[in-house]
Design a binder for this molecule. Structure first.
Ligand code: ZN
Length: 213
């Protein structure tokens, strides 16, 4: 019986729109609501975590998200996962030490600019955990929609988006980590961005990961 690594639950259902995992397993934990990406992110963040360091860190969740527990950190803040809220982060320069932005940027008007803003609000010792659909399954990024629309995705990202980090995130280490969901066994790629050589080294050592730049 698979167990949810976020809450310990063992009962799973189809996700919204009756979605099943790529391996056709029900991905939604009925106890905590976690999906593949939260459990994979939890696994990878746990591997990287240094308890005493994280205890001094300020957490920012872009959108409500259970990938990392609030209790790991000194403080936490949640912002709406929208273009305008991320734009306004400019005033919070260097304020956050751990930022989770999972399945958000594909819905934004300008994902690259938003990543830049998140990096501006990240401290020099901080980590940005970035995850988006779906470089694990595709090579090439596609724009699905232009102009204004609410809700749905505007982009689906391929592994080619990794090349964009050269301009989006100069002077930043980008680590691509492969994770596997303990419940559905689906795999995903999560990106960890940091300006800290200490964290970059630790990440490559602690996860099944490669240095993108
Ligand atoms: Zn759970």
């Amino acid at each position: 019986m698979p167990e949810c690594n976020v809450c310990g639950g063992s009962s799973f259902a189809a996700a919204p729109n009756n979605r099943l995992s790529r391996k056709k397993q029900p991905p939604l934990c009925t106890a905590c609501g976690s999906l593949e990406r939260q459990r994979i992110g939890r696994d990878l963040a746990s591997a990287v975590r240094i308890r005493d360091k994280f205890k001094t860190y300020a957490l920012l969740d872009v959108g409500k998200d259970a990938t990392v527990p609030k209790g790991w950190f000194a403080s936490n803040k949640v912002i709406e996962p929208t273009d305008s809220t991320i734009d306004r982060l400019g005033t919070d320069r260097g304020k956050f030490d751990f930022i989770v932005c999972s399945h958000v940027i594909q819905k934004l008007r300008d994902p690259k600019a938003s990543i830049g803003r998140l990096l501006n609000s990240l401290s020099n010792d901080g980590i940005l955990l970035l995850n988006y659909p779906s470089p694990v399954t595709r090579e090439t990024t596609e724009q699905l929609a232009t102009g204004y629309r609410t809700g749905g995705p505007r982009y689906i990202f391929g592994r080619d988006f990794e090349q964009a980090y050269r301009t989006v995130a100069p002077d930043t280490y980008v680590v691509a980590a492969d994770g596997k969901d303990p419940v559905t066994q689906d795999t995903d790629i999560m990106y960890f961005l940091t300006k800290s050589p200490f964290w970059a080294t630790k990440m490559v050592k602690s996860m099944n990961a490669r240095l993108v730049q």
